[in-house]
Design a protein around this ligand. Structure first.
Ligand code: NAP
Ligand code: MG
Length: 408
């Protein structure tokens, strides 16, 4: 038994990336009430609040990403991606790019999302008992395309010209008799390969089966290449490890995958091509109840991890907060971003007491919701119960702190 005042030591550095608006407000509460009283840790702090990014010409974002490369584990608050309105609101020098995009490009990572499940929030699909996690390929396809609005009759062609002066390859897409549309998309072996590596790494880390699906019966070159790269990666680097861990790599057609997912009890990592991942992660997010119950982790092929909430800065709540109103914003995904980072840190450092603390904090959070104390977003979707009570953010965090104290 540890004495009350003895703090748990986090041996190596966690890179802490602060952010904006309501999530910045909640971030501080989570640290002050749930982490710092119990943990002896010295995170390396990067302020990615929009003001600081503007002051440093966004260098701070690059530094934060490099710090994750150095230390291996980071945790990030939500940040504003500026648009025209934000330029005015924050008097910015320019429209800085999305910090998540910058960090993802530096770490060459894949984003995995997982829902936080509680007994009193039933998923939209009754038979889903375990979390379905999604890994979305974040490069190419329709997100980096060229399109032509075909004005009238003519020939649409697909052409590749080799840099070494070799013969161009040319295919007819369509002989148009009238107006229409054409689209050109691409991907690279390198990007698909990193995506595959990240998915195999993450599923093994989580000890869950990996599912992947394409439409290679129709797209016999493009989608087929995705399937081949995954298969080769599996056979060359993972087969034995997966057997030892008692997990599977399973490939099927995308429509079959969707049908099977709906009938499954969950518990797999679903690797999705870029568009499939865009669509399916929003479907899962809403089926599991609330955006604030979805966590997200960026995993690089070299094994760096950055944990965050899947939601944004909850701007509307922040404007209320600025007017002095209390809000019932939900900090669950932020808490789980921290516990994810702490568990990973503890695992890498071989400090089981840090992992244990993170698990207890997760239990305390889930039990608080299951005990009926919850924020407004959850009240709308929880199984009705006279015990259910909507509380403000700070009260919610205090209730978690009470439970946590009893567990330690
Ligand atoms: P958002 O912050 O995710 O919020 C959208 C709506 O979802 C909120 O208005 C709220 O609904 C609900 N919601 C989200 N998180 C919640 C929470 N923790 N507790 C309770 N309700 C929650 O998205 P947004 O308003 O479109 O974007 C705001 C800013 O976030 C933008 O500047 C955007 O650039 C940024 N963003 C950042 C990230 C990131 O850093 N990872 C991701 C997405 C967006 P109600 O208003 O109905 O209560
Ligand atoms: Mg989307």
């Amino acid at each position: 038994m540890k004495k009350q005042h003895e703090k748990i030591k986090v041996k190596n550095t966690i890179v802490e990336i602060d952010g904006d608006e309501m999530t910045r407000v909640m971030w501080k509460m989570v640290k002050d009430k749930l982490l710092l009283p119990y943990l002896d840790m010295k995170p390396e702090y990067y302020d990615l609040g929009l003001k600081k990014r503007d002051e440093t010409n966004d260098q701070i974002t690059i530094e934060a990403a490099n710090a994750i490369k150095k230390h291996g584990v980071g945790v990030k608050c939500a940040t504003i991606t500026p648009n025209k309105d934000r330029i005015k609101e924050y008097n910015l020098k320019k429209e800085w790019p999305s910090p998540n995009g910058t960090i993802r490009a530096i770490l060459d990572g894949t984003v995995f999302r997982s829902p936080i499940l509680t007994k009193n929030i039933m998923p939209g699909v009754r038979n889903w008992k375990k979390p379905i996690q999604i890994g979305r390929h974040a490069y190419g396809d329709v997100y980096k395309n060229q399109e032509i609005r075909v004005p009238g009759p003519g020939k649409g062609e697909l052409m590749f010209t080799p840099s070494d002066g070799g013969q161009p390859i040319k295919l007819t897409i369509q002989d148009f008799k009238g107006p229409g549309i054409i689209q050109g998309i691409h991907n690279t072996d390198k990007s698909i390969g990193s995506f595959a590596k990240a998915c195999f790494t993450y599923a093994l880390d989580q000890k869950v089966d990996l599912w992947f699906a394409t439409k290679d019966t129709i797209s016999k070159t493009y989608d087929a290449r995705f399937r081949q790269i995954f298969q080769e990666e599996f056979e060359n680097n993972w087969k034995k490890k997966y057997e030892d861990a008692g997990i599977e790599y399973f490939f099927t057609l995308i429509d079959d995958a969707v049908a099977r997912i709906m009938k499954s009890e969950g518990g797999m990592l679903w690797a999705c091509k870029n568009y499939d991942g865009d669509v399916m992660s929003d479907m899962l997010g809403s089926a599991y109840g609330s955006l604030a119950m979805m966590t997200s982790v960026l995993v690089s092929p070299e094994g760096f991890f950055e944990y965050e909430a899947a939601h944004g800065t909850v701007q509307k709540h922040y404007y209320k907060y600025l007017k002095g109103e209390k809000t019932s914003s939900n900090p669950m995904a932020l808490i789980f971003a921290w516990t994810g980072a702490l568990k990973k840190r503890g695992e890498l450092d071989n400090t089981p007491d840090v992992v244990e603390f993170a698990k207890k904090l997760e239990e305390a959070s889930i039990e608080t919701v299951e005990g009926g104390i919850m924020t407004g977003d959850l009240m709308k979707v929880a199984t009705p119960n006279p015990k259910n009570k909507q509380v403000y953010t700070e009260e919610f965090i205090d209730a978690i702190a009470d439970r946590l104290k009893k567990k330690l």
